[in-house]
Design a protein around this ligand. Structure first.
Ligand code: GLN
Length: 235
């Protein structure tokens, strides 16, 4: 029940097909994006996991950077998972590399160490409907080492942020598209719907309210971006 949402998945490299399937299961129209001009009539965009250096080269070759910046400037939501998080972060270390800087976080690449390069675990999300555990798959994942003051943590693993949001930009260190659980994709669809409906001030309010996972736990779960999206998120 996403009311004709058109959400793109950057399909240059990496795990775009699973994101597409997850979006379709949420009822959105999912479009594989291979050219910057294809962003024009989309309501939201997912930048998938893969290899961020390869993605950067391909984005550069097709001149995607200005198109994504314009998309973001229009207030349209972007969700980056794993390599997508690396591309959206403000700083990237080990090694440092260019990034779009659309969310005020610092990430360290491949930061879980050799023994735990890829692993499945459980972590806590706090979205509408309360706090609960979900399965999380990490594949040579980045770690969020710094969170800017305007960034809200929506999920943690071992006490560290692994799902975070700043306004219309959502990032995950794990791969929600690799599990059957649609919680995170439903949340992103709700964000896209709220942005399309012009519920901008909701984003601003969210920024002022630090998430209870890291803070004083005063408010319980993070709020839905809008009432209609809260309904949508129910299974
Ligand atoms: N290690 C990859 C990188 O640095 C990210 C891995 C992933 O997206 N699963 O780009």
């Amino acid at each position: 029940m996403t009311g004709g949402l058109r959400i793109g998945v950057l399909a240059l490299q990496g795990d775009f097909a699973r994101h597409r399937a997850a979006l379709e299961q949420c009822g959105a129209e999912a479009i594989e994006v291979r050219r910057p001009e294809e962003l024009a009539d989309l309501d939201g965009l997912i930048i998938p996991g893969g290899e961020s250096t390869t993605l950067l080269k391909l984005m550069d070759a097709w001149n995607f950077v200005p198109a994504i910046e314009k998309f973001h400037a229009a207030g349209k939501p972007i969700f980056g998972t794993c390599a997508g998080l690396i591309l959206l972060a403000r700083e990237v270390t080990r090694p440092s590399q260019f990034s779009l800087g659309l969310i005020d976080v610092g990430v360290e690449r491949n930061a879980y160490g050799r023994q735990r390069e890829s692993f499945e675990t459980r972590g806590t999300v706090a979205l509408a409907g309360g706090r609960r555990e979900i399965e999380m798959v990490f594949i040579r994942a980045p770690r969020i080492r710094r969170l800017g003051p305007g960034v809200e943590t929506l999920a943690t693993h071992d006490g560290e942020p692994v799902l975070a949001q700043q306004g219309p930009v959502l990032v995950a260190a794990f791969h929600p598209e690799l599990t059957e659980d649609l919680t995170v994709h439903r949340y992103f669809c709700a964000l896209v719907r709220a942005a399309r409906a012009g519920v901008g001030p909701v984003f601003e309010r969210r920024l002022c309210r630090r998430n209870s996972l890291l803070g004083e736990a005063s408010e319980g779960a993070a709020e839905a971006p809008s009432e209609s999206s809260a309904r949508e998120r129910k299974p």
